[in-house]
Design a protein around this ligand. Sequence first.
Ligand code: ASP
Ligand code: MG
Length: 404
Amino acid sequence: MALIVQKFGGSSVANADRIRNVARIITETREAGNSVVAILSAQGDTTDDLISKALEINPKASKREMDMLLSTGEQISCSLCAMAIEKMGYPVISLTGWQAGIHTNRAYSDARIKKIDTERIQTEIDRNNSIVIVTGFQGINKYDDVTTLGRGGSDTSAVAMAAALKADLCQIYTDVEGVYTADPRLVENAKKLDEITYDEMLELASLGAQVLHNRSVEMAKKYQVKLEVLSSFANKPGTQVKEVVKPMEKTHVVGVAKDKNVGRIALVELEDRPGIAYKVFSLLSKANINVDIILQSIGRDNTKDISFTVKRDDAEKAKEILEEHKSVIGFKRIDLSFNLAKISIVGAGMIDNPGVASQMFQALYEADINIRMISTSEIKVSVLLDESEAERAVQVIHQSFFDE
Ligand code: ASP
Ligand code: MG
């Protein structure tokens, strides 16, 4: 008998019919001879609606009270789903994060799971192979307060649960049929991938492909949890996320991703001497600001320029910090731009194929799209370009790599 953790996202449990559909998937999995622990998100836009309610009362509400509020969304979907399964005549119980033994650190609204005491869940499974439904997105901290894991955190709850229970499989049910070579809303010919490696998935998740919560993929890799992303609306196999994908099936590029969450900072006319880059980036790292693409110009007349990208929300703060230290760093001007997007191609086979980057650049050239910055790693090539051209860039790059 296998143990399967199944996670259902907000759209999969949005109304009574959909909850009945989820109850059907869960009970069919049990009928097939498995044990099931299901992790549910809040219904539809519930979490957003709860946030609006809070804003009406107190726009500066403490994170502790926000967690108290937001965690209720998941409690509703879980109890309703348990009722649906009860009605079908199966043994079932719903549990909150606290009842399910999910312990997190203190960080309200962005907590990390520290450990899961699986005893209660195990007891429920051992008794009649009960179906256990657990609220995603939440846990408790050492003060016995409810914490939440950050938006989209139910994926992480599911993977953590699968790791703690040593489950045979963790299925993430969503409203798309799996992981695609590009956003299917943007690219007509986007293809569903049968499989993808953890590393590729991590890049795609962090690059804005938005199928899985980033931390859930990191955790799946760390604990080698077998993941599958699939649709709760179509009865079809989805995309498997795992360590290595069979080399025969490996294409050089698995996907094209778009990320609009970028701001670029340009430091103009810095002194061209050792230690300048160190000063700039150590100041930013002290402020916990992550830097992504960095470009340094060739020195001329003893000056150089450095530009780099950060998350959009961090850009103003980064500028402020650098302005504050202007005299120590020594630069003439600092420029900020926001109307940019990062487009990336990802693929584990890339490193052995020198032509991949130039093929991407050719596609952009032929579409007359200008590249502002480039960065590469073993498994990805990213370019920064004008936001207004981002969608067209994804389309032409996808066409170049995936259309026969
Ligand atoms: N309900 C939470 C959110 O909307 C968590 C999740 O859906 O994963 O962010
Ligand atoms: Mg989600």
